[in-house]
Design a protein around this ligand. Structure first.
Ligand code: ZN
Length: 440
């Protein structure tokens, strides 16, 4: 007779599971016809949970667009549940640009390489490794934990989190708080000081389409009512405009704390000079002190010598919390009266405060694993599934703990070439997440 082998340690399982997930190509092109793999990934997650006795629900919003939800019951059912969410899809990767095949899950130089390694199959794997370990040892969390593994985050979540929230809100009954991307990663200040940025706010998304109309005509003739000319004037005014600096509570707290820790001066009237001194995270923070409106698409005409009767352009606007009305008024002034404005996508900004027991539990779990850890709140200039879950009244944080080597340019890896996660960082993350969830 052989003794049963001991159960695998979560620090080993997290690596195996992350690798398995990286090998499932879940490319989200933004077009349901060419997006792949979400169903396969959701079934993989379901199997990993079923193996340790957790039943889950797979929800398909359209053929193949699968998300998974499961509930782990806590010891105190009177408390609100904690939602832990991660998306399963990834942005496309062009193999010719990469040093390794992007969907092979290669291990090299202490890193696990592949599209999704930090965005965000790393966290998906941490969650599964912790829950599998708990199930094997009979550990129960203090309150219910709802797990959500979503489709379509990379294209706005219409087929994933937004579908779940609109069509299956009952799956999230009782959830009061949530953790998901993008936060909990380290920024090294010195050997004994690392900042862990916790996301407490996200800018809003407003995608606008501008339409102009004019008199169609022959390209060889005098013409003073040209839809293309009128459109381009409006687009250029918007594109060249710099919106004024607005320092929201989250960004003020972040800059004050970080300036203090770094020993640099923080002038609230000139936050950009402080941000410029932040090195690799300047990119992330820089877009959170003003609203932005970037022209991204143009459409007009069908022949060289025909003046078209209409033209259109898309403007990608990112708006600070509490600023939407003022922003749209300012934008309207720039665009002018003769341009029709169509709202094609609107996801309002979200912001919560950096306080309470959950925030304390994040700091404590990080400090236990890294005595040099300091947590600071920050605002993400992009959007995540948190915008969908916020609609259920859930207080959302970006907290996917990851300790990073000082020299790694983390923000460049998001949607970047040679995306990879340090294996030690993954193992650090699983330990922090385990401790955090036990105390949440
Ligand atoms: Zn992501």
């Amino acid at each position: 007779m052989t003794a049963p082998s001991p159960p695998p340690a979560p620090t080993d399982e997290v690596v195996r599971i992350c690798r398995d997930l990286l090998r499932i190509d879940t490319t989200n092109t933004g077009d349901p016809l060419t997006s792949v793999g979400e169903r396969v990934a959701a079934e993989y997650v379901a199997d990993q949970l079923a193996e340790v006795g957790v039943t889950s629900t797979i929800v398909e919003s359209a053929p193949g667009r699968a998300s998974l939800v499961a509930r782990i019951s806590g010891t105190d059912p009177s408390r609100g549940a904690l939602l832990v969410h991660g998306h399963l899809d990834v942005v496309p990767a062009d193999t010719s640009e990469w040093s390794v095949p992007p969907f092979a899950g290669e291990m090299r130089d202490g890193y696990l390489w592949g599209r999704g390694a930090i965005d965000m199959k790393d966290f998906d794997a941490m969650v599964l490794a912790v829950i599998r370990d708990w199930q094997r040892s009979g550990t129960r969390p203090p309150r219910d934990i709802v797990l959500a593994f979503t489709a379509d985050e990379e294209a706005g979540g219409r087929y994933g989190a937004h579908h779940l929230v609109q069509r299956h809100p009952g799956l999230f009954d009782g959830c009061t708080e949530a953790i998901g991307e993008v936060g909990g990663f380290s920024y090294t200040v010195s050997d004994d000081l690392r900042l862990y940025l916790i996301e407490t706010a996200e800018k809003g998304i407003n995608w606008l389409r501008l339409h102009t109309r004019g008199r169609p005509g022959h390209g060889s003739m005098m013409h003073d009512d040209n839809a293309v000319t009128a459109l381009c004037e409006a687009v250029a005014r918007v594109g060249r405009h710099r919106f004024p600096i607005v320092v929201t509570p989250t960004v003020r707290d972040f800059l004050a704390e970080v300036s203090d820790l770094l020993g640099i001066e923080f002038d609230p009237d000139d936050p950009e000079s402080t941000i410029a001194k932040l090195g690799p995270i300047a990119n992330i923070i820089g877009a959170t002190v003003r609203n932005t409106a970037n022209p991204t698409r143009l459409e007009a005409g069908y022949k060289e010598n025909v003046i078209p009767g209409r033209a259109s352009a898309t403007i990608d606007c990112r708006v600070l919390p509490g600023q939407e009305t003022q922003f749209l008024a300012e934008l309207g002034q720039l665009i002018g009266p003769d341009v029709e404005v169509e709202h094609v996508e609107r996801q309002p900004a979200i912001e919560t405060t950096f306080d309470g027991a959950l925030v304390d539990a994040m700091a404590a779990a990080l400090r236990h694993a890294d005595p040099g850890a300091r947590t600071v709140p920050y605002m993400l200039s992009g959007g995540t599934d948190a915008k969908a879950f916020r609609q259920l009244g859930i207080r959302c944080f970006g907290f996917t703990p990851l300790r990073l080597p000082a020299e790694l340019n983390f923000s460049a890896l998001f949607h970047g070439i040679d995306e990879r996660v340090p294996v030690e960082g993954l193992q650090f993350g699983v330990n922090v997440l385990d401790r955090f969830l036990r105390q949440s």
